[in-house]
Design a protein around this ligand. Structure first.
Ligand code: SF4
Length: 543
């Protein structure tokens, strides 16, 4: 029934721009931002069939429009951050730093902040007893993207969990769910002889714009009244990696086969008549001093955790509703069921791969444990391929282990020369890198030579360049969950193309595409870097 049939005047916000332009802009609100939000809200309402009145749209636009001050573009990253300097030396990242287990939905907004507050708590415990005796309060301030989209990510819950001694790999997701359901809980934090009560009120959503060293900046303080006993500024630099003011990276042993670029890594493999995975294994052992068995023991843990997230996601009931205001219904179980129906056998490959990615990504949306590969938002991509190769294709575990090492090389190089942080580079840095890693994994599992592994990774990354990050309502659900399915399918497509072309004819090398990723990240408007200020975050009307 149309509005007219229902006795209401038909409202078409696209028909008469006079109505839009003549709207009174509330005081203190940027006019352009207000009109844009009002117009887009109206257009989205028409397209989606939502029946928001002009007054409701005005209220929504006013509530979500920017304040009058002109929007600042994101400041450049501080030159002294290790995450900026890192591209100069050889790659020294290791698998236990890279693949991290922790609660979703975002490695930079949940795992990073939890690691940060846990780190601060450890530092605070080392203060002299006389100082600790004076302590009255612990306080966390979130800035930049952590403040802009932290609420949707549950950053305050993650930060509080770290402050009271939880680590991402071992925290019980039910504890975080409990904080969401009962936000007034108070917890004692033991510091020397003192016990300080902390709650979510001690985590403050502070300025979203400013001259920060990194868009994901936060401070943690131990106070005695107004007196600061200990304060540290931290940065959650993507993929769950953290730094702080004055950070120097830990000293590491030199790698057996040093490389800065994929070109150099591939040359090591070719010269030694071996694979990228074997070169990565040798480097891992020389950098960490671990044995082959110890390296693979960690890789096995990561593989098993990935399989577990897909299994638990598939086991959730059809149409489970994910937490948050979007009220997004889960799809993994339904997509899997249809793919396995013999009536749709020809769709099966893409159907099950998509279902596996949806399953792991929905687990991330629920805030359950996921694996950063390279991030939480992209945590459905690699598990989809790992699960499909192991559980459906039944490839040997050793092949998948080697695939994980080749995939890690791809992630390391993207981290080394570009970014894994959506707040720095948009979604190309998350889903794009994840898809590229998954393509390298797949090519390695099927014994492709080094050039084909590189080409597959290049192709998957290339076709995500420019992809923005605009999570609706700040929740890592729309577009993130489906985007993981697309990232997984694109990884397979990249492998299919790379393994069927003459490898030497591939015209774009991986290093060039990583350079493009870095440049695109720098040029991308800050509205599209995990701030929920534009794109889908603006055009989707929740009703
Ligand atoms: S849009 Fe992409 S980068 Fe942004 S939160 Fe979602 S998955 Fe992460």
């Amino acid at each position: 029934m149309s509005n007219e049939e229902a006795g209401k005047p038909e409202q078409n916000p696209l028909a008469d721009t006079h109505e839009l332009i003549s709207q009174e802009v509330p005081r203190g609100i940027d006019r352009r931002s207000f009109l844009m939000r009002s117009a887009i809200g109206g257009a989205a309402a028409v397209m989606t069939g939502c029946t928001a009145t002009p007054e409701q749209r005005t209220a929504t636009a006013a509530a979500t429009a920017k304040p009058e001050a002109p929007a600042q573009s994101a400041p450049p990253l501080a030159a002294d951050l290790n995450v900026v300097k890192k591209g100069q030396g050889p790659v020294l990242t290791t698998v236990d730093e890279f693949y991290k287990v922790g609660p979703g939905p975002s490695s930079s907004h949940t795992i990073g902040p939890m690691r940060i507050t846990y780190d601060f708590y450890q530092r605070a415990t080392k203060l002299p007893a006389a100082q600790l005796d004076k302590a009255t309060k612990l306080q966390v301030n979130l800035f930049g993207s952590l403040s802009a989209t932290g609420k949707g990510h549950g950053t305050e819950r993650a930060a509080l969990a770290g402050l009271i001694g939880n680590e991402p790999a071992t925290v019980d997701p039910k504890f975080l769910d409990g904080l969401r359901d009962k936000p007034d809980q108070v917890f004692p934090v033991k510091l020397g002889n003192k016990s300080i009560n902390v709650s979510l009120k001690d985590v403050i959503y502070d300025a979203t714009k400013g001259d920060f060293k990194h868009p994901n900046t936060m401070t943690v303080k131990l106070l005695a009244g107004d007196q600061v006993l200990l304060e540290q500024e931290y940065y959650s630099v993507g993929g769950g990696f953290i730094e702080w003011k004055g950070y120097t990276p830990p000293k590491k042993n030199p790698p057996k086969y040093p490389f800065r670029l994929m070109k150099e890594l591939r040359a090591h493999a070719d010269t030694n008549k071996t694979t990228i995975a074997k070169i990565m294994l040798a480097n891992e052992m020389s950098i960490t001093g671990k044995s082959e068995a110890e390296v693979y023991a960690w890789v096995d843990k990561v593989i098993n955790a990935m399989v577990a997230t897909v299994k638990s996601g598939l086991a959730m009931p059809e149409d489970d509703v994910l937490p948050g205001p979007i009220k997004l219904h889960s799809k993994a179980a339904t997509v899997y069921k249809r793919a396995m129906d013999d009536k749709f056998q020809s769709d099966r490959g893409i159907g099950v791969l998509s279902a596996f990615a949806l399953a792991a990504s929905e687990e991330n949306g629920r805030g359950h444990l996921v694996i950063t590969a390279p991030t939480g938002g992209s945590a459905g991509v690699m598990p989809a391929l790992v699960y499909g190769l192991l559980e459906v294709r039944k490839v040997p575990m050793q092949k998948v282990r080697e695939g994980m090492l080749a995939a890690a090389a791809v992630g390391y190089l993207c981290k080394h020369h570009a970014t894994l942080s959506a707040a720095e580079g948009g979604c190309q840095a998350e889903i794009g890198v994840a898809s590229s890693m998954a393509a390298a994994l797949t090519a390695t599992v099927f014994d492709a030579d080094a050039r084909v592994v590189e080409n597959a990774a290049e192709s998957a990354l290339e076709h995500h360049l420019g992809m923005t990050c605009d999570p609706v309502a700040g929740y890592v659900q729309v577009p993130c969950i489906e985007r993981c399915a697309f990232g997984a399918v694109k990884a397979w497509t990249a492998y299919a193309i790379a393994s069927n072309e003459i490898a030497s004819r591939h015209r774009v090398d991986f290093d060039a595409t990583v350079a493009a990723l870095a440049e695109t990240a720098k040029d991308m408007n800050s509205k599209y870097k995990e701030t929920s200020e534009a794109g889908l975050a603006l055009s989707v009307t929740l009703c």
